[in-house]
Design a protein around this ligand. Structure first.
Ligand code: ZN
Length: 507
């Protein structure tokens, strides 16, 4: 056997190992989806046993010493340099995962998973009773465990940076700080001007009784106009909307509010944005490390692009309003385009992140980030968190928080150790601004196109530029690859200023 053939054999063997991990992960995702949708109540214990088995199998596969040996042998082989950049990227990504998985002691993995489960159940109770003090001891425990984990991964780096890198490879606290400072300073005066504008939209145009089956028909129509393939996906109902899956089985969920169709309408558009990314990943790289999305922030950019840039645009509604009227059978018969578009773009500083409008949304994320980084730097104490949260909400959004449930406790993430996962939400917005700027240059007639007949041009552009890239590049590199520039907040801020100045008739 020649050396080159042997090299190819090793690479193939390595990818086979990766495929097994991918498939097991996919099984696990399906179990979670089932638990959130149709599992009968009594099934929960059986299902937990199944999950325990699967996660044990996954863990075993990810730390398989044979992977380490294969990686080592491939890299030491004299033909390594002859591999293509794509093959090398696969090897790099697999090595990165393998190193991460093998550096963390089993006891720590178990301690984190135990504490997450406990922390989650106590968070639920604390949230229901609006009692931060109840949650605080658990929060401190998981915080210490996550710091330990960061230390095992890279003791030379700031723990916050290490954790951030897991969601957004290549980002550091310094980079996020720079972006968020600009974003916060740009948003503050805009929000103030909007709130003080005498031209407030009429939201009664939206808040009208709309039956569930009608809203379900709207969801199906949205799947059609966005090219979300329902033969490789489905739309179901859950308390919190989400997307799960990969390539040919990507499912979204939503939550219908009978007196405000826009809630599920925009959540469906958002989740479809996530789903399109997964459905349009490069088929030829399925089951490989590069056959995944780029980062959480990039994922969020795709969902928010469809939800906000497309779904809230006047051009989209020029196209879709007649469809809305037809499907809802008279409910919105009297509604005219302009006031309707203004209503769906209403901005109201509010207490809850997941309910926030596109302008104030990033502020919620910035506040969370500022608190997290100060916690990791030891600058603030766990005792003071609610008070710090509340005073930042007042300062940035002018909102008075009256209890912990509508304040610091509103998000579940921290209970499971999800520190540093929040920035991705706002990074998605920033990326979007830059993508939009580039899209305007490359396909300047996309808005006109959309007025007449739909979203094909936009979706195709996102597909080619983002989805088909899989995980070939880290997020900051991908931004540069697509737009030719470093990531900057100016495009997103420009977009917001332009759009909302029109809506609120700002000077
Ligand atoms: Zn999302």
């Amino acid at each position: 056997m020649s050396k080159v053939t042997r090299e190819i054999d090793l690479y193939k063997k390595l990818l086979e190992k990766y495929k097994e991990i991918v498939l097991l992960n996919s099984i696990e995702m399906n179990i979670y989806w089932d638990m959130d949708t149709y599992m009968p109540e009594k099934g929960v214990e059986q299902r937990s046993e199944e999950l325990a088995i699967i996660s044990g199998l996954i863990h075993g596969k990810t730390i398989d010493p044979e992977i380490g040996a294969l990686l080592k042998e491939i890299k030491a082989n004299e033909n390594y340099e002859k591999l293509t950049p794509v093959e090398k990227r696969n090897i790099y990504l697999f090595q990165r995962d393998y190193d991460r998985n093998t550096k963390i002691p089993k006891e720590l993995v178990e301690a984190i998973s135990k504490q997450s489960a406990l922390g989650n159940s106590i968070w639920k109770k604390a949230f229901a009773e609006s009692d931060y003090e109840l949650f605080k001891p658990e929060l401190i425990k998981i915080f210490e465990l996550m710091k330990k984990l960061a230390n095992f991964l890279d003791p030379t780096k700031d723990p916050y940076d290490v954790l951030l890198d897991l969601n957004e490879p290549g980002f550091t606290r310094e980079i996020v700080d720079g972006l968020f400072d600009e974003l916060r300073d740009g948003l503050k005066p805009l929000i103030k001007a909007i709130v003080n504008s005498p031209k407030q939209p009429d939201y009664s145009l939206i808040e009208r009784a709309c039956p569930k089956d009608t809203q379900e028909k709207l969801s199906e129509e949205l799947a059609k106009v966005t090219n979300y393939d329902l033969n490789a996906g489905r739309i179901d109902e859950t308390v919190h909307p989400f997307t799960t899956g990969y390539y040919d089985d990507v499912r979204v969920t939503t939550n219908y509010h009978l007196d405000d169709f826009s809630s599920s309408f925009f959540s469906v558009l958002h989740e479809i944005g996530h789903a399109l990314y997964e459905q349009y990943l490069p088929q030829k790289h399925k089951y490989q490390p590069i056959g995944y999305s780029c980062s959480d922030g990039f994922h969020e950019s795709q969902s928010r692009f469809i939800e906000n840039f497309i779904g809230r645009s006047s051009e989209f509604w020029q196209y879709f309003l007649p469809k809305l009227k037809a499907i809802t059978g008279g409910i919105f018969e009297d509604v005219e385009l302009d006031p309707f578009v203004r209503a769906i773009n209403r901005v109201i500083p509010s207490k809850i992140r997941v309910e926030a409008d596109p302008v104030t949304y990033s502020m919620h994320v910035i506040i969370r980030h500022e608190i997290e980084k100060d916690l990791f730097a030891g600058k603030i104490s766990f005792d003071d968190l609610p008070q710090i949260w509340n005073s930042k909400m007042k300062e940035y959004l002018g909102v008075d928080i009256e209890n912990d449930a509508e304040g610091l406790l509103q998000d579940v993430h921290w209970s499971g150790g999800g520190f540093s996962s929040f920035p991705s939400y706002a990074i998605g917005n920033i990326i979007d601004g830059q993508l939009l700027w580039k899209m305007d240059q490359e396909i300047p007639d996309w808005r006109k196109d959309m007025q007449k007949g739909g979203l094909n041009k936009v979706i195709d552009w996102l597909k080619t530029k983002v989805h088909q890239m899989g995980n070939l590049y880290d997020p900051l590199e991908l931004v540069k690859k697509i737009t030719g520039e470093e990531l900057s907040t100016k495009y997103y801020l420009n977009y917001l200023r332009k759009e909302y100045s029109k809506i609120y008739e700002l000077k």
